[in-house]
Structures are given as structure tokens and as C-alpha cells.
Design a protein around this ligand. Structure first.
Ligand code: PLP
Length: 452
């Protein structure tokens, strides 16, 4: 059975259930599997013919031994992954994988939907109840809210900063009802985050069984390893060892970590492009060996990647033999040579992001949005710096639907992105939403009154 250890090495090991329910380890470290399970010997041969949910159940099954049976995982994954994963050819050997067909039109649906169902089962088998608190600046809150909608035994409360989410993002959180509530906080994202963190640490609220579904939770990471295998199995002869290149637009580096896990399990990957916006702390780290977080983070049009200190970096460092604590301090250096071999990390400016989005549309009619455009520009940069990389089948992860960023996309190509079915009809749904200022006392009183 795979155990989960804390990257700070100062908390007891646990199984997947413990890691999912706790989120963060007691020593403030992140849970990591004690070993990355190798794919079954014939798995890469079978992969090409496997449907996405079956592939997910097999890959996640190795991480969930002793916690979920294969039959339970098959049910969870059939239910969670009921939408397509389009692979779109853009140019010879270059593809876009669209991870935007879930209910909230970003790749965050993949992990959130697994986690909602997995936590729901754990809570039910224990007969307990859980209140999930989530602070969000947009995409996470809507993905988590949709994923936990209607799950028995779990209630969700999402906090978002009043003026700082788009109408579309807000409506994805305020029109659900049922076990999902939303509060608009007159403050910044950081204020929402501070309220949630204080509530977790407040002994008076212990009885509420608070939990979190933020990107620190290992449940928000493992499911993101599946679509790498899916794409490679469809586009390359991975059973014969043919290697592929992935380009991943990155902020907290959870998406990329998913790919790295599959690589460690045996997926033939030539290289990962870790593409960031102007928040370039990771490209600099790889170039110089010195890590320096960016505070405050820089505002870019690929706003879901405005992260100055990625929470998953400690996990990447751990996989490469080093140790980094939650503040970003490196206690033991990772194998920098291996990191530089496996990752090409590059920072893409807003200007280049817009120019790439416009050029790709003009030349190929493929519509990207700002995050995917950062990924595409990153791949182009790799191909320039290392022309031999052009020989590989290359896959850029498009992490959101263009209609989530209509103004930015229209400014580049002068075309309004068409709405996917998941975002249609939002305008007409009634909203229910609380509102408060960023006072902890008021927030605490609300929790004690509404969730006793
Ligand atoms: C969250 C998000 C990202 C960044 O993913 P990480 O796992 O944090 O690196 C990229 N694009 C979109 C659209 C997102 O919502």
C-alpha cells in the first residue's frame, strides 16, 4: 500500500484517506506518495484503447490501495469524467489538448470532480459531516462548488472578493444553491484567504469539521496525471517507447506535477515545457539554482497563473531529491541537472501572450485563451532554442475555455468566443449570495449561526 509523507518530514505518514481529509500535513508540509507506482507492464499497450474513465480508475487505483476498491474507483471515475477531452491538431505533430469541457470550463474540473466524489464516500462511510471552506479568486471556487454540489454529508462555502471576479465566474458560484453557499467579501482575495485560514485554526469552530479543497490537497493533484497518458496514448506510439513533449501553462504547478507523476510511472516524455507568465520565479530557479519568490505576485492577463510562490514547488523539489519548506527555503538542493534535463522553463510576457494568441488564430483558426497561449509560446521557444525538439509529437495543454476570458480573447482576434454549453444560460439563473466585510468576528458568527 502506498503511504503519504509530508514534504517537511515532520508529520506521521498516512494513507490516501488521511491525506485527503487533512489537506495539509500537521507540520505545514505537503503530502506526497512515498513511491510513485509504476504502470503495469502491459498498461502502455492497453492505454490506446482505454476510455478516459477506465484509464483514470486504473491510474488512481494504484494510489488508492486500501482506501477505495477498483469497483468504487470505476464508479467514481465514470461519474466524474462524463465529458470529452478533445485533442486538436494545430500543425504537423503539434496538438492542443482541450481540458475545458467540464462543467466550469477549466481543467480544475478534473481534480475537483474526483475529489468531491472521493471525499463524499469517505464522509459517508464514517457517518460524519464536513464543511468545505474555499477562498477563491475565480476558477477554483467554481470548480470546487460544482464538484461538491449535491454530495451528501458535505456542505461548501465559497468566499470571493466582491469586485474581483468576473460576472460569469460569480454566477458559477452563486446560482447553484443546494449544499453550496457563497459569500462576497468586501476585500481582496488575500482577505478571503485570511478569513478561511483563521477559521481553520480557531478552536471554537472544531465542532464544524472544517476542511479545505485548495491546491495543497493531494486530491487536487493525482487526477491531473491521467490526461497526460490519455493524450500521449492517442497521439504517439507510447507502447513502442515513442516520446512526446508536453507544454504546461503553470501557476501553482499542480497541473505540471500531475504530468511528472505519470512520467515517473513510465510515460515516455522527452521534455516538459513549464511555461509561466511574468511570475518567473521558477524559470529563474532553474536557470540560477537560487529560488526567490515574487511578492506581491505580478498581474498578468493569464490571471489564474498570477502566483509568486507556487504551492506545489516543494513537491517537485521532493521528487528530485531535495527539501523545500512552505516559506520557499531550500534545506537540501534537488538534483538541478536532472531538473534541467526534464524541464524547459520559460516566462512569457503579456505582449507575447497576446501576439501568440492572435498569430495562432490567424494562421490556423485555432482559438486559444491567454493561459493556453502562454503554453503555445513556451513550446515555440523550446523549438527555437533546441531545434531537435521539433521531431517530437508535442501537446500544449489548453487549461480553460476561451469564453471564460471573452474580453482578452476578443481584444486579440476581434472575434467573440462562442459559449460552451456549460456556460450557457448562466445569465438567467437567480443568484443567492451573502455579503460581508472582511471582519473575522462577523464571519465566525455567521459560521456558528448557519452551520451548527
Ligand atoms: C489554475 C489555472 C492554471 C494554473 O494551474 P496550476 O496547476 O496552478 O499550475 C492555468 N490555467 C488556468 C485556466 C487555471 O485556472
Amino acid at each position: 500500500m502506498i503511504e503519504y509523507y509530508s514534504t517537511n518530514l515532520n508529520a506521521p505518514r498516512t494513507d490516501l484517506a488521511g491525506a485527503l481529509l487533512q489537506g495539509q500535513a500537521s507540520d505545514k508540509g505537503l503530502y506526497m506518495p512515498s513511491e510513485v507506482p509504476a504502470f503495469a507492464p502491459d498498461f502502455l499497450k492497453r492505454a490506446r484503447d482505454m476510455a478516459f474513465p477506465a484509464m483514470a480508475a486504473e491510474i488512481l487505483g494504484a494510489y488508492a490501495q486500501g482506501v477505495f476498491t477498483p469497483a468504487q474507483l470505476a464508479e467514481i471515475c465514470e461519474d466524474a469524467y462524463n465529458f470529452p477531452v478533445p485533442l486538436e491538431k494545430v500543425q504537423d505533430k503539434r496538438f492542443v489538448m482541450r481540458l475545458d469541457q467540464g462543467p466550469t470550463a477549466s481543467f480544475k474540473d478534473f481534480a475537483a470532480r474526483f475529489m468531491g466524489r472521493a471525499l463524499g464516500r469517505l464522509v459517508q462511510s464514517k457517518g460524519s459531516e464536513l464543511l468545505i471552506l474555499t477562498a477563491t479568486s475565480g476558477d477554483t471556487g467554481s470548480a470546487v462548488a460544482h464538484a461538491f454540489l449535491g454530495v451528501p454529508g458535505i456542505r461548501v462555502l465559497v468566499l470571493f472578493p466582491t469586485g474581483e471576479v468576473s460576472d460569469r465566474q460569480r454566477k458559477q458560484m452563486t446560482t447553484l444553491g443546494n449544499n453550496v453557499a457563497a459569500i462576497s467579501v468586501d476585500g481582496k482575495f488575500d482577505d478571503c484567504q485570511a478569513l478561511v485560514k483563521r477559521a481553520f485554526a480557531d478552536p471554537d469552530l472544531k465542532g464544524l469539521n472544517l476542511s479545505s479543497a485548495n491546491s495543497i490537497n493531494i486530491g487536487r493533484l493525482l487526477p491531473q496525471s491521467v490526461y497526460y497518458v490519455y493524450a500521449a496514448s492517442r497521439l504517439a506510439d507510447i507502447a513502442a517507447g515513442e516520446k512526446v513533449v508536453f507544454s504546461v501553462p503553470s501557476g501553482n504547478f499542480g497541473d505540471l506535477m500531475g504530468g511528472v507523476l505519470s512520467y515517473r510511472s513510465g510515460l515516455p516524455v522527452a521534455r516538459f515545457v513549464a511555461a509561466t507568465n511574468a511570475n518567473d520565479e521558477v524559470p529563474r530557479f532553474l536557470a540560477t539554482g537560487t529560488y526567490q519568490k515574487i511578492e506581491p505576485s505580478r498581474e498578468c492577463i493569464s490571471n489564474a497563473m498570477n502566483v509568486g510562490h507556487p504551492s506545489n514547488l516543494a513537491r517537485l523539489v521532493a521528487l528530485y531529491g531535495g527539501r523545500m519548506d512552505e516559506t520557499g527555503h531550500i534545506h537540501q538542493a534537488p538534483d538541478m541537472e536532472a531538473l534541467r534535463r526534464d524541464f524547459f522553463s520559460v516566462s512569457i510576457s503579456d505582449e507575447e501572450t497576446k501576439a501568440t494568441l492572435a498569430r495562432v488564430y490567424r494562421e490556423t483558426q485555432v482559438m486559444l485563451e491567454p493561459h493556453g497561449s502562454v503554453g503555445w509560446a513556451g513550446l515555440e521557444r523550446l523549438n527555437e532554442v533546441d531545434p531537435s525538439s521539433r521531431a517530437y509529437t508535442s501537446i500544449v495543454l489548453e487549461t480553460a475555455h476561451p469564453a471564460k476570458f471573452p474580453a482578452e480573447v476578443k481584444a486579440c482576434i476581434n472575434v467573440e468566443p462562442p459559449l460552451p454549453p456549460s456556460l450557457e444560460g448562466l445569465e438567467d439563473k437567480p443568484e443567492v449570495c451573502g455579503r460581508m466585510d472582511a471582519s473575522y468576528e462577523a464571519f465566525k458568527a455567521h459560521l456558528q449561526k448557519e452551520y451548527r
